[in-house]
Design a protein around this ligand. Structure first.
Ligand code: BES
Ligand code: MN
Ligand code: ZN
Length: 492
């Protein structure tokens, strides 16, 4: 488990700056004016800060950019970090500034001097999120309990006000870290049972958690889900999580694809890059992170979350290409390609969610198609929806949180690609519009009138280079946007 860096606020104490150990961070706006704290730093460093601000390089820095002045004379700190950030900078720039702090932290502590800046909560969130490092399988690291080491102290003018503004930051960071840890975990560790066990720990936060095993899923008729997992030694499971923070209204539902490893099954994937399929539970991981965040901040909303946990393995008992399976809904599917397994899992979980909870709306998340990476790369998730209001609310939330999201079409014209000779549908629609036909497949399991969004996160759940708020690897994409969607639309 990875524990976010601790942080706290204090009122500006000029006398404490010289002796602060670790790193000291000063924020200077584009006008180059030094505030009270920066002036003290400048005096202590005998004008070094002013020289850095006057130097040509500072003019070229963008909002949120940073540079280090190493081993500054006059300070006990080993580095003085100068960040360009206007006092009234927006949340995005403030998070970027924070990310520069978090990236450079390296297990040290930092004193952040921000007596005049708005959005200090965004600076802190950016720092904490960017300081993430998954070290559970590195031997010899000194932070065996997963703590990132160090701590952040932010000096402000009104510590009470800042603490209040940042009240959700720790909850959000814990949610995002929960997702990132799950996505980072290898598949020999994060089996379906281990995943379920980690979700059961959310009970400690007041989330009701049920684990449905194979017998129960069989009784419910979830044959498309079970067919995917039948070649694995790990049992297929559906985990249902309920957060009842609202009144008596019907819940909003989150649904996640939790394929703990995707070999492709009998339609085996090529060896090169197959190891990346440890992240094929990314949708379920995001759902888990959102539940943790909203439980920690005690959201005033009713949210139900369901994840389908399976492993897609080739085996003597595995399903074959050409098999016909019956979904819980009753529709039959001809499994042309066993590697198009995510939609088979989601079909049953979507249907079950609607039958049992009659949700006011639902969002599913899945690392569903390689085709979405061809379309949108690693910058944006694909957004498919049958409801403009819900979709616009989500896109707005994603934009506010800086999580790339782009709406893609749904249209009945694509349905013909899913026609099967012997069953109600095939599970693949051929190469053209691969992400859209996958979404069209899912839509068959969404009831008339239920507002629904499908998020194809194959390109964004885990990436091979650093992003603003995450080191390379698991991003936690979607936790912040969905948390905001819930806050904006379902909490009062
Ligand atoms: N899990 C994959 C999709 C994926 C690809 C996720 C790359 C993350 C990165 C999914 O189950 C899959 O295999 N999809 C197939 C569908 C095809 C057989 C219709 C794909 O995209 O190739
Ligand atoms: Mn697959
Ligand atoms: Zn998959």
């Amino acid at each position: 488990m990875t524990t976010p860096v601790a942080f706290d606020f204090a009122e500006l104490d000029l006398e404490a700056i010289a002796g602060a150990e670790g790193r000291v961070v000063v924020l200077v706006g584009a006008d180059g004016k030094l505030d009270k704290a920066a002036r003290r730093v400048n005096r202590l460093t005998k004008g070094a800060l002013q020289r850095a601000v006057d130097a040509e390089g500072f003019g070229k820095m963008k909002q949120g950019d940073a540079r280090d002045l190493g081993f500054p004379a006059g300070l006990a700190a080993e580095a003085l970090q100068l960040i360009k950030l206007d006092r009234n900078a927006d949340g995005e720039a403030a998070r970027k500034a924070g990310a520069a702090i978090g990236k450079a932290l390296g297990g040290k502590s930092a004193l952040i001097l921000a007596p005049q800046h708005k959005c200090v909560e965004d600076v802190v969130l950016g720092s904490v999120l960017r300081a993430y490092a998954f070290k559970d399988h590195k031997t010899g690291n000194d932070n065996e309990n997963g703590a990132q080491g160090g701590a952040l102290k932010v000096m402000v003018t009104d510590a009470t006000k800042a603490r209040e503004a940042a009240s959700a930051v720790a909850a959000l960071a814990e949610g995002v870290f929960f997702t990132r840890d799950l996505v980072s975990e290898p598949s020999n560790v994060l089996t379906t049972t281990e995943f379920a066990a980690r979700l059961e720990q959310l009970r400690d936060l007041g989330v009701e958690v049920e684990v449905l095993g194979e017998d129960e899923l069989e009784r419910l008729g979830m044959r498309t889900l079970l067919a995917v997992g039948q070649g694995s030694e790990s049992p297929s499971q559906v985990v249902v999580m309920q957060w009842k923070g609202g009144a008596s209204e019907a819940p909003f539902a989150l649904i996640g694809k939790g394929v703990v490893f995707d070999t492709g099954g009998i339609s085996l994937k090529p060896a090169g890059g197959m190891e990346d399929m440890t992240m094929d539970m990314g949708g379920a991981g995001v759902v888990a992170g959102v539940m943790k965040a909203i439980a920690l901040r005690k959201a005033k909303a009713n949210i139900v979350a369901l994840v389908g946990l399976v492993e897609n393995m080739p085996d003597g008992r595995a399903q074959r290409p050409g098999d016909v399976v019956r979904s819980m809904k009753g529709d039959t599917v001809e499994v042309i390609n066993t590697d198009a397994e995510g939609r088979l899992v989601l079909a049953d979980v979507l249907w079950y969610a609607q039958e049992r909870f009659k949700p006011t709306g639902m969002v599913d998340l899945a690392t569903l198609t390689g085709a979405i990476i061809i379309g949108l790369g690693h910058e944006m998730a694909g957004v498919f929806s049958n409801d403009d209001d819900l979709c616009d609310a989500f896109l707005k939330a994603a934009k506010t949180e800086g999580e790339g999201a782009w709406r893609m079409p749904l249209a009945p014209a694509y349905d013909k690609q899913l026609k099967s000779l012997i069953a109600d549908m095939k599970n693949v629609g051929g190469r053209p519009a691969g992400s859209i036909t996958a979404a069209q497949f899912l839509q068959r399991f969404v009831k008339e009138g239920v507002p629904w969004i499908h998020l194809d996160i194959a390109g964004v759940a885990s990436v091979k280079s650093d992003t603003t708020l995450a080191p390379k690897g698991a991003t936690g994409w979607g936790v912040l946007a969905l948390n905001r969607l819930i806050a904006d639309k379902y909490e009062g």
